[in-house]
Structures are given as C-alpha cells and as structure tokens.
Design a protein around this ligand. Structure first.
Ligand SMILES: CC(C)(COP(=O)(O)OP(=O)(O)OC[C@H]1O[C@@H](n2cnc3c(N)ncnc32)[C@H](O)[C@@H]1OP(=O)(O)O)[C@@H](O)C(=O)NCCC(=O)NCCS
Length: 219
C-alpha cells in the first residue's frame, strides 16, 4: 500500500511533467513556425530546445518526434545541457525522421547533412557533428583554418539506439537496427544490426537473429 508521501510525490511529478510538456511543446512549435523549421504532427518537447538555423540551411523534424531537454524528465541520466540542433552555414542540414527520440542531444551540422532515420533513439547527452572544426596541421593554422573540406555527411539508419554520452563524428554511417554502447566514440561506419562500442567504437557482436540477418557491410 503506497504511503501518503508516495502518492504526493507521484502526483506532483506527474502534474509538473504534464505542464512542462504542454508548455515546452507549444513554445517549440511556435519557434519552429517562426524559424522555418518544418515539423510533423505529434512533436513533443520537455524543457527548452535550442534550434538555431543558419539562413538557407535546413532543420526538419518528422512525425512524432520526442525531444527531452530537462533532467527532470530524462530517465537514464542527468542532461548536461538542453537539446540543441544547430546549422552553421547555408549548405548544412539536420533531418530528423519519424518517431525519433532524443535527450539533451547536441546535433551540429556545419556544411553537410546529418540525417537520423525513423525510430532511432538517442540516449542522454549524445553528440553528433559533421565537422572537426579546425585544421589538424600546421598548429599555427588551427585558429583560422576551419577545414571545411573535411566536413562529411552523417547518416544514422532506422531504429538505431545510441547509448548515453556517445559521440558520432563526421562522415559516419550507422546501419539500421544497430546499437552504439554508452560513451562510445564512433569514427567509422557501422553496419546494420550490430552492437558497437568503445573508443574508437568497434563491432562487438551481431544482434540480428536468423530471420533478420545483419548485413556486415563495413566491419
Ligand atoms: C549497449 C549495451 C546495452 C550492451 O549491453 P550488453 O549486451 O549487456 O553488452 P555486454 O556487457 O555483453 O558487452 C559485450 C562487450 O562489449 C563491451 N562493451 C559494452 N558496452 C560498452 C561500452 N559502452 N563501451 C565499451 N565497451 C563496451 C563489454 O565490455 C563486452 O566486452 P567483452 O566481450 O570483451 O567482455 C550497454 O553496453 C550500454 O551501453 N548500456 C547503456 C545504454 C544506455 O545508454 N541507456 C540509456 C537509456 S536510453
């Protein structure tokens, strides 16, 4: 039998979360309309979502996208920062598929495309970028050579699960149904239907069963 305090604590949490969702979703939808960011029906937000779109660039949200941007609502971990989607130049794109969920994610496209497939889940504090940001060499050039030529598309397939704190670097493709372990740094392509983990991330094992064989395209 739950105690009085259990009931109060549960009820306050539920009411607070419902109000936060309502308010955050309204504000996010208004921002999308004002900033020229198309979104599908069913968009839900919890907390402040940063959406910063450079002129001519694209940010698009599919149907039933859920964006958690508050530690209060995030289940697995405290969020280090609000969810952020930012494009930095006219050729940049961030395309979020139907039913994608994200928690305090940071997605930044500088000049290429970042595409996240339908049904993909980003656990708390995932970072995705399509650029490095500075020339590697010589050192004196780093501050003023942005190295745009190394920018590359990031394509994440459908029903991928990316674990807490993972970092997805430029040029990476992740195949459908794969799982990326917590805190992994993904620097190379990941095939479909595998568990990949570590720094740098490596394929740990196939996840698919006999009926749905994993396609090892780039191990
Ligand atoms: C991806 C995950 C679920 C896989 O769990 P699992 O199936 O139990 O994996 P295992 O423990 O069998 O690991 C298999 C191997 O990969 C390694 N591994 C698993 N996750 C790893 C990680 N994040 N980083 C480095 N290595 C990892 C294990 O050490 C093990 O290596 P070994 O075979 O040499 O011993 C789990 O590793 C993980 O990241 N959990 C967190 C998920 C998350 O972010 N949830 C948030 C809620 S949305």
């Amino acid at each position: 039998m739950p105690s009085f305090c259990d009931l109060i604590s549960y009820a306050v949490d539920k009411i607070y979360n419902s109000l936060l969702k309502l308010l955050s979703t309204c504000i996010a939808r208004i921002k999308c309309l004002l900033y020229g960011i198309p979104f599908g029906p069913g968009l839900e937000c919890f907390g402040t979502v940063y959406m910063i779109r450079a002129p001519y660039s694209r940010i698009e949200l599919g149907k039933n996208v859920q964006i958690i941007s508050s530690s209060r609502r995030a289940t697995a971990s405290t969020l280090y920062a609000p969810t952020r989607m930012k494009t930095l130049s006219r050729t940049a794109s961030i395309i979020i598929g139907d039913g994608v969920g994200m928690n305090g994610a940071s997605i930044t496209s500088r000049s290429k495309k970042i595409i996240i497939g339908d049904g993909t889940m980003l656990a708390p504090n995932v970072v995705i970028v399509d650029f490095d940001g500075h020339a590697l060499w010589p050192p004196k050039d780093r501050q003023h050579t942005p190295s745009f030529e190394t920018d590359a598309d990031v394509v994440i397939g459908k029903d991928v699960w990316i674990g807490m704190g993972a970092i997805i670097l430029k040029g990476v493709s992740i195949g459908d149904n794969s799982v990326i372990g917590a805190r992994s740094v993904v620097t190379r392509n990941v095939p479909s239907g595998v568990l990949t983990a570590g720094v740098p991330a490596k394929v740990v094992r196939l996840l698919a069963n006999d009926k749905e064989p994993a396609v090892r395209t780039d191990v």
